[in-house]
Design a protein around this ligand. Structure first.
Ligand SMILES: Nc1ncnc2c1ncn2[C@@H]1O[C@H](COP(=O)(O)OP(=O)(O)OP(=O)(O)O)[C@@H](O)[C@H]1O
Length: 366
């Protein structure tokens, strides 16, 4: 087990810098998820930790020791790829043994490690098969097994579940969480799927264009996004945004474009009266109620346990509600919506969160 530390890590491909100075601590034993849109640099960052990509500048440490100059095999990290990367001409057992035999490990130790990994992943009955005789989920288990047998200081996962169908992905998500609980190893996991990030991580790192937007636990990032990017990236359907102006005062308020006033009792917002702001409301924090914000429904999605209502404000802004159960609301209808001010997010003109207290627990935990 080991902590991984990155200090001012940069990466350029030819003249183009794609990672712009990352400082990050991945705590020992944590399940840290690197998440962000396509091309933000998640894989490059992970590959630099693994040693598959050189750092252009900066330091990477594992267990306190510099490792950025070491070859991958000397770093004690094991990587699991989206493509599984199994050797097609070898049996599952040979795939599991291969890396260990290369290290000239004693035969008895190899046998013991392979047996243990096969037991953890429940792939004992597949050991004689070739990769082309495995399902996607089985292949991914073997790929994870190949990492487990190395008994690495840290596991690095690069979108390991994205080739699996939706149902299997959910199942494997649970298995990986259980594996982490069992092994207590440091795990770094790259995904562009915010649901995987929310459900698997103890620590989420949100990346955007080669920079860190925010680091924190899933609920911290959900309840207290530092900026618009994080606010919109986590949560599905995404947070609604309504443009308005701040009315400063003891009880500040946002005056929306259509004149609706949303008071924000208990907030201290250090912006001048009349400043341009955006009000962020998650779809689950709005409900039908008289004398609220008028919206016109254009689509409803009845999911059974809930109904997603897609609507437009009189100012022409999109507004989505997530209602419990099966809603009577139908397309074409106009409804009045109340927003719960405790869960309102306010962003300044640059997209930075303003007026949020540190204590989100009081409002969010039930
Ligand atoms: N070998 C390379 N040569 C040149 N540019 C590269 C190379 N590898 C990655 N890049 C660029 O670096 C940036 C980050 O790529 P990276 O693959 O790390 O992103 P990502 O967040 O993992 O994306 P995805 O989710 O699509 O895999 C992108 O702009 C990409 O085009």
């Amino acid at each position: 087990m080991a902590a991984i530390e990155l200090r001012d890590v940069r990466k350029s491909f030819q003249a183009l810098e794609v990672i712009h100075g990352i400082d990050l601590v991945i705590p020992d034993g944590s399940f840290t998820v690197l998440v962000g849109p396509s091309g933000c640099g998640k894989s490059t960052l992970l590959r630099m930790m693994a040693g598959l990509e050189e750092v252009t500048s900066g330091e990477i440490r594992i267990d306190g020791s510099r490792c950025d100059h070491l070859v991958p095999s000397a770093r004690g990290m094991a990587m699991v790829f989206q493509s599984y990367a199994l050797y097609p001409h070898m049996s599952v057992e040979e795939n599991l043994r291969f890396g260990l035999e290369n290290q000239k490990m004693a035969k008895a130790e190899i046998v013991a490690r392979v047996a243990k990994a096969a037991d953890i992943l429940q792939i004992g009955h597949l050991l004689a098969r070739r990769p082309n005789q495995l399902s996607g989920g089985q292949s991914q288990r073997v790929a994870i097994g190949r990492a487990i047998v190395k008994e690495p200081k840290a596991f690095l996962f690069d979108e390991p579940l994205s080739n699996l169908d939706a149902e299997l992905r959910v199942k494997m998500r649970g298995e990986l969480i259980a594996l982490h609980r069992r092994l207590k190893s440091t795990m770094v996991y790259v995904t562009h799927d915010q649901v995987e990030a929310m459900t698997m991580a103890d620590q989420i790192v949100v990346l955007n264009e080669g920079r860190i937007e925010q680091v924190g636990s899933p609920v911290e990032l959900y309840a207290r996004p530092r900026n618009l990017f994080v606010a919109r990236f986590l949560g599905a359907p995404p947070m609604n945004l309504l443009k308005g102006r701040l009315r400063a005062g003891e009880t500040p308020a946002v005056i929306l474009a259509n004149g609706t006033t949303v008071p924000l009792p208990g907030r201290e917002i250090a912006l001048a009266d009349g400043s341009e702001v955006s009000l962020g409301i998650r779809p689950e924090h709005a409900e039908p109620k008289a004398d609220g914000l008028a919206v016109r429904v254009h689509t409803t999605e009845v999911l059974g346990a809930g109904t997603i209502v897609h609507a437009t404000t009189t100012g022409g802004e999109e507004f989505t509600l997530s209602l419990r159960g099966i809603s009577r609301v139908t397309a074409g209808e106009t409804m009045s919506v109340a927003v719960d001010p405790r869960f309102a997010h306010v962003f300044d003109a640059d997209g930075h969160t303003v007026g949020a207290t540190d204590d989100w627990r009081a409002d969010y935990l039930n």
